[in-house]
Design a protein around this ligand. Structure first.
Ligand code: RIB
Ligand code: CA
Length: 325
């Protein structure tokens, strides 16, 4: 398929980042060019090992993986191993990957990937699924390259929902300055940006029937997918579990499954109780701006507010099981 969409994922693998990597690796409409790792769910060394493990299972030995920031721009790192397991990816006890990371720093790999796609006349879609530290560093180190990004579709934030605190979502809360800087750079360089946030994040859910289909496919990728979701079923005591980050990748191949609104968005940096909140401006009237000293946020974002969860979950399972054939 010649008109595959070039994509780059920035990850903190992570059970659901692993689900996203499997979809990006195996869907025929996507051309996974490169992946970069950042500290988040787990320390960056674990994230890198997990990412290489997933790409090996997907048979994607061709995809370069860059090691990026170990911690946020200002904050200390806070991992989420209580959610993702001690090793950051379901504690499956898999053998160490034979693949090695690319010698370039993540930011340099990202620059090279963006520039080569742009030179080929097919701008890359950048998919941050983690704290946006690498992306912020990239925007400041290589602004001309950042301007060549086709689109950013990031998992993070929420208009109405939070998880890390009563106000903020984990990826944004982990590095609020990075998120604010990336939105600022999107506005400055006129890069389209979509926010796949917590308002839709939990809806695509993998059921026990899905697990049976994945296990029946019996490939390294489908078996890994089943193990990852089975871990979540047990961890949360449920018989269906979200594919999380993978939904942001699904948006690239089935945008009709997700409803978005184009809205101003900014990130709270100073709030005592609200630091890291994505302030999504849902006002649907011109409003009396005389009362608003802040004015409208500079970044206009396509914010995902609705989703056909079963359709997206089926897409994820079907892609992985059909890749077996
Ligand atoms: O809040 C959910 C996000 O935090 C996901 O990207 C998950 O992988 C964790 O990084
Ligand atoms: Ca993630």
């Amino acid at each position: 398929m010649t008109d595959r969409l070039p994509v780059h994922l920035d990850v903190d693998t992570g059970v659901d980042d692993a689900c996203a990597l499997l979809l990006a690796s195996l869907h025929p409409a996507l051309d996974l060019r490169s992946v970069t790792c950042v500290g988040g769910n787990a320390p960056v060394a674990d994230v890198t090992r997990n990412t290489l493990t997933v790409l090996e299972a997907a048979g994607r030995h061709d995809v370069p993986v860059g090691v990026g920031a170990a911690r946020p721009l200002l904050e200390q790192p806070i991992d989420a191993r209580h959610v993702h397991g001690q090793d950051g990816m379901a504690d499956l006890g898999m053998p160490a990957p034979r693949l090695s990371p690319d010698p370039r720093h993540a930011v340099d790999l990202l620059r090279d990937s963006v520039d080569s796609a742009a030179a080929q006349g097919s701008p890359i879609t950048l998919v941050p699924l983690a704290p946006m530290t690498n992306i912020a560093l990239y925007a400041r180190m290589y602004p001309a390259s950042f301007a060549r990004v086709g689109r950013i579709v990031f998992m993070g934030g929420g208009a109405h929902v939070s998880n890390a605190t009563a106000a903020a979502e984990f990826n944004i809360f982990h590095d609020p300055e990075a998120a604010a800087l990336v939105l600022d750079a999107c506005a400055e360089h006129d890069v389209d940006v979509t926010m796949y946030g917590l308002d839709v994040f939990s809806e695509p859910r993998v059921t026990v029937d899905h697990l049976a289909a994945l296990r029946a496919a019996a490939t390294p990728a489908s078996t890994l997918a089943a193990e990852l979701m089975s871990f979540y079923h047990k961890r949360f005591g449920v018989d269906d579990a979200t594919i999380g980050d993978a939904g942001a990748v699904a948006y690239l191949v089935d945008p009709e499954a997700i409803g978005t609104r184009r809205l101003p968005v900014r990130v709270e940096l100073a709030g005592t109780w609200t630091r890291g909140r994505t302030i999504v401006d849902l006002r649907d009237w011109a409003g009396d701006m005389n009362h608003d000293p802040h004015g409208v946020a500079a970044a206009t974002v396509d914010v995902a507010l609705t989703i056909d969860g079963p359709r997206v979950a089926d897409l994820w399972v079907r892609t992985i099981t059909e890749a077996a054939q």
